[in-house]
Write a protein that binds this ligand. Structure first.
Ligand SMILES: *[C@@H]1O[C@H](CO)[C@@H](O)[C@H](O)[C@H]1NC(C)=O
Ligand SMILES: *[C@@H]1O[C@H](CO)[C@@H](O)[C@H](O)[C@H]1NC(C)=O
Ligand SMILES: *[C@@H]1O[C@H](CO)[C@@H](O)[C@H](O)[C@H]1NC(C)=O
Ligand SMILES: *[C@@H]1O[C@H](CO)[C@@H](O)[C@H](O)[C@H]1NC(C)=O
Ligand SMILES: *[C@@H]1O[C@H](CO)[C@@H](O)[C@H](O)[C@H]1NC(C)=O
Ligand SMILES: *[C@@H]1O[C@H](CO)[C@@H](O)[C@H](O)[C@H]1NC(C)=O
Ligand SMILES: *[C@@H]1O[C@H](CO)[C@@H](O)[C@H](O)[C@H]1NC(C)=O
Ligand SMILES: *[C@@H]1O[C@H](CO)[C@@H](O)[C@H](O)[C@H]1NC(C)=O
Ligand SMILES: *[C@@H]1O[C@H](CO)[C@@H](O)[C@H](O)[C@H]1NC(C)=O
Ligand SMILES: *[C@@H]1O[C@H](CO)[C@@H](O)[C@H](O)[C@H]1NC(C)=O
Ligand SMILES: *[C@@H]1O[C@H](CO)[C@@H](O)[C@H](O)[C@H]1NC(C)=O
Ligand SMILES: *[C@@H]1O[C@H](CO)[C@@H](O)[C@H](O)[C@H]1NC(C)=O
Length: 639
């Protein structure tokens, strides 16, 4: 028979007895000790009652709502205990309920109910709490470490055994109250939105009536990298090539973030604590430096840029020039190469809107107000401001220059027309009225300033009239060159102080074609050399043949006591020109009955002051060819 069936029989019996006997006495159930009982699991405990008022009343113990034992007072039958509680529960003779080696699961409210038919029912209730001592309490976290910016971080305790009556959480020794930041759940403390200030020591304190325990956990909240701080030392708006600069990069974080510097895509050598030392910086090192910080535990990454400006001075100085465009326009150019950044160049006078980096060219229509005008180029560079000038000018007046040579028995005449001008003048050549074309008989030099005439025929008057015209956009100059046969001008003779060396000098008219000179002499040794091939019918013989470019010659071994006569014959290859005048040196001629020199001075006397003009203007000009007589020199009388 189960406890339930017995309980049903008891109820039936009570019903009958109630209906037969009627109510003649009172049922009383009173606690015979505390109604709230705490006990350690494994001990023996008794919920004591004292029952009175009826014999053979039924006593039923309930665990919560469940009947667990039934006994009829004064019955010879043992109390009946529910099968699954038989090891633990026992109803004493007093009606009290005893627990043997009570296990944890017997924490409950217990009610004892006494009933007897006709007498109604009485009851009382006990609360039994079974505890265990705490053992091996530990605090663990979820996730393993806290990270700033996450939703929640949980501290959770666990233990091998123990029944908790109260839990308290502490942060750095202060008790934690549930609020918007903390939530205490069953065995957990939840930190909502953990941040770095949540780093510290957490503890949980557990108590029950028999024991208490505490567990600690140090929590370090991972955070960062925070906003990096980038600095350049020394701090400057810009650096100059060769400077040294130290870049530093720092950011708060736990654990301390690792730093990497990048320049473009290039990873720079692992810097020490974020310091990147750059020595002797080059312009190529200017640009954006990126500092990349990494929290190696949270994998949080942050980057920040720093722009390093490195300037380099351009090379040398700005250079100004002006060129001719199509012989009508002027192209002003200004350049200052190299440098970082490139210099900004402008010609404010010409155009204050145009600028160029590194160089600038401006085309301007040539006009008179640019002729001779100094045009300034302004060059701006962060490290230096500079300038240069250029002045364009029209060709100036000039004299053409003619030279000739006769290699290979042919005369080559070169005419030069050089007129100072900026930009350089371009020369056009004409023979008569016809433009000269560059070819075999006429060769124009690459820069156009020289015309070379091949196989020139001295005696053909048709070939002799040339014109050169020098032009640039600002103007022109023209000259006619009427080529002449070989001729001499300004022939002079100088004797050295002791009369042993004579120097002959002469000039050639500017447009005369001369390829060489014969130096002729008449004087001592004449007879012995009369048959010399250089001799001529008038007694002069050729003593030297010199090239057409020469304008002087020196003759030594002159005997001061003898008389010599000199003349120069200009030649254009085979063509012989008019001989120069004749100059005589030597003692005065006696047949004039005079032995005085120029200005009435005795030959051989000392000159105080003599002018050639005064001399040649004398009564006997042929005696007075003391050229360039110098004060203090001995007077030499010439013929
Ligand atoms: C509890 O009672 C049982 C049986 O009466 C006994 O064997 C045991 O030693 C008791 N336990 C304690 C802790 O007193
Ligand atoms: C015991 O009864 C009290 C009061 O009625 C109630 O608050 C409590 O929850 C009950 N305990 C158990 C373990 O049922
Ligand atoms: C529980 O704690 C005790 C004493 O502190 C220790 O001896 C025992 O090894 C611990 N047991 C476990 C499972 O950690
Ligand atoms: C926890 O933190 C406290 C205070 O900051 C310190 O004294 C203690 O040594 C730390 N414990 C551990 C295990 O790190
Ligand atoms: C960078 O330069 C500073 C001073 O100029 C020096 O103290 C530091 O040691 C250098 N660091 C490195 C990584 O070379
Ligand atoms: C840093 O510079 C790099 C390269 O110039 C650029 O791509 C990036 O957007 C910059 N980052 C920041 C945070 O300005
Ligand atoms: C030069 O001038 C001529 C005629 O004035 C013109 O046809 C030609 O295009 C010009 N050339 C340049 C390079 O300006
Ligand atoms: C200036 O003239 C030159 C030569 O004709 C030409 O190449 C250049 O483009 C011109 N520049 C300007 C700005 O007109
Ligand atoms: C350029 O010319 C101006 C005025 O003629 C003069 O003051 C300046 O010194 C010149 N500069 C240079 C670099 O020649
Ligand atoms: C002609 O020009 C050339 C070259 O410039 C020079 O050597 C020579 O002396 C000049 N001759 C005259 C007569 O001016
Ligand atoms: C004329 O021709 C010669 C040789 O053919 C050449 O060297 C020279 O540069 C030419 N002159 C001009 C102005 O073209
Ligand atoms: C002649 O001049 C042209 C352009 O004016 C140049 O390209 C060439 O190199 C020059 N030739 C010589 C031999 O100087």
């Amino acid at each position: 028979m189960t406890l339930q069936e017995k309980l049903e029989r008891v109820c039936l019996a009570i019903f009958f007895s109630l209906s037969l006997q009627g109510a003649y006495s009172q049922l009383v159930v009173t606690p015979a000790g505390p109604t709230v009982v705490n006990e350690i699991a494994g001990n023996n405990v008794t919920l004591s009652v004292s029952l009175s008022g009826a014999s053979e009343a039924a006593v039923v113990w309930f665990m919560g709502d469940l009947p667990v034992g039934i006994w009829i007072i004064d019955s010879s039958v043992d109390p009946d205990i529910a099968e699954n509680h038989k090891d633990v529960l026992k109803i004493e003779k007093s009606g009290s309920l005893s627990f043997v080696n009570v296990p944890l699961g017997y924490t409950s409210n217990y009610t004892v109910e006494m009933t007897k038919s006709g007498l109604g029912k009485a009851s009382t209730t006990f609360t039994l709490k079974i505890f265990e001592n705490f053992q091996n309490l530990t605090l663990s976290t979820q996730p393993d470490f806290a990270k700033e910016g996450t939703d929640r971080f949980t501290l959770h305790y666990s233990m091998m055994q123990g029944v908790v009556e109260q839990q308290m959480w502490f942060f750095n020794g202060r008790e934690i109250n549930t609020n918007s930041h903390y939530v205490v759940e069953q065995r957990s403390l939840v930190i909502l939105g953990p941040n770095r200030s949540d780093t510290g020591q957490y503890s949980v304190h557990l108590t029950n009536p028999f024991s208490s325990t505490t567990a600690l956990k140090n929590v370090t909240v991972r955070y960062g990298p925070d906003e990096p701080i980038l600095e350049a030392q020394p701090a400057k708006p810009f650096y100059v090539v060769g400077d040294s600069v130290s870049l530093s990069c720092q950011a708060e974080g736990y654990p301390q973030p690792t730093v990497q510097w990048l320049f473009g895509v290039q990873i720079l050598a692992n810097s020490n604590k974020g310091v990147l030392n750059l020595t002797n910086v080059q312009a190529s090192q200017g640009g954006v430096y990126t500092c990349s910080l990494l929290n190696e535990e949270t994998n949080e990454k942050r980057q920040k840029n720093l722009t390093l400006t490195v300037y380099d001075r351009p090379v040398g100085n700005p250079m100004c020039s002006v060129k001719s465009v199509n012989n009508t326009d002027l192209q002003y150019h200004c350049g200052w190469m190299g440098g970082t950044p490139q210099a900004q160049l402008s010609f404010p006078v010409l155009n204050n809107m145009s600028t160029g980096a590194g160089h600038i060219s401006l085309n301007v229509t040539a006009s008179d107000n640019l002729n001779g005008k100094t045009v300034e180029c302004m060059a701006y560079h962060p490290l230096e401001q500079n300038r240069c000038n250029i002045t364009a000018s029209s060709p100036v007046e000039f004299l053409p220059n003619v030279t000739a040579v006769d290699p290979d028995d042919k005369i080559e005449v070169t005419i030069r027309c050089v007129s100072e001008a900026s930009p350089q003048a371009v020369v056009s050549w004409y023979r008569g009225s016809e433009a000269v074309t560059n070819g075999t008989t006429h060769q124009i030099s690459n820069d156009t300033t020289q015309l070379e005439i091949r196989d020139y025929k001295v005696n053909n008057p048709l070939l002799q009239n040339y014109t050169c015209m020098c032009r640039n956009p600002l103007g022109r100059q023209r000259r006619e060159i009427l080529l002449q046969g070989p001729s001499i001008s300004d022939f002079s003779v100088f004797l050295n102080p002791n009369g042993t060396t004579v120097t002959l000098t002469w000039e050639v008219p500017r447009t005369s074609v001369v390829t060489g000179f014969d130096i002729q002499m008449k004087g001592p040794g004449q007879n012995s050399t009369a048959t010399h091939s250089g001799g001529s019918s008038d007694g002069y013989r050729t003593i030297l043949k010199i090239p057409g470019s020469d304008r002087s010659v020196e003759i030594s071994n002159i005997d001061p006591d003898l008389t010599y006569r000199f003349r120069v014959i200009p030649k254009a290859h085979q063509t012989v020109g008019e001989p120069s005048e004749v100059h005589r040196i030597g003692p005065a001629l006696t047949h004039w009955g005079m032995d005085t020199g120029p200005l009435g001075m005795s030959c051989g006397s000392s000159v105080d002051s003599v002018t050639p003009h005064g001399c040649t203007g004398g009564e006997h000009p042929e005696l007075c060819h003391v050229s360039q007589a110098v004060s203090g020199q001995t007077v030499r009388c010439l013929s």
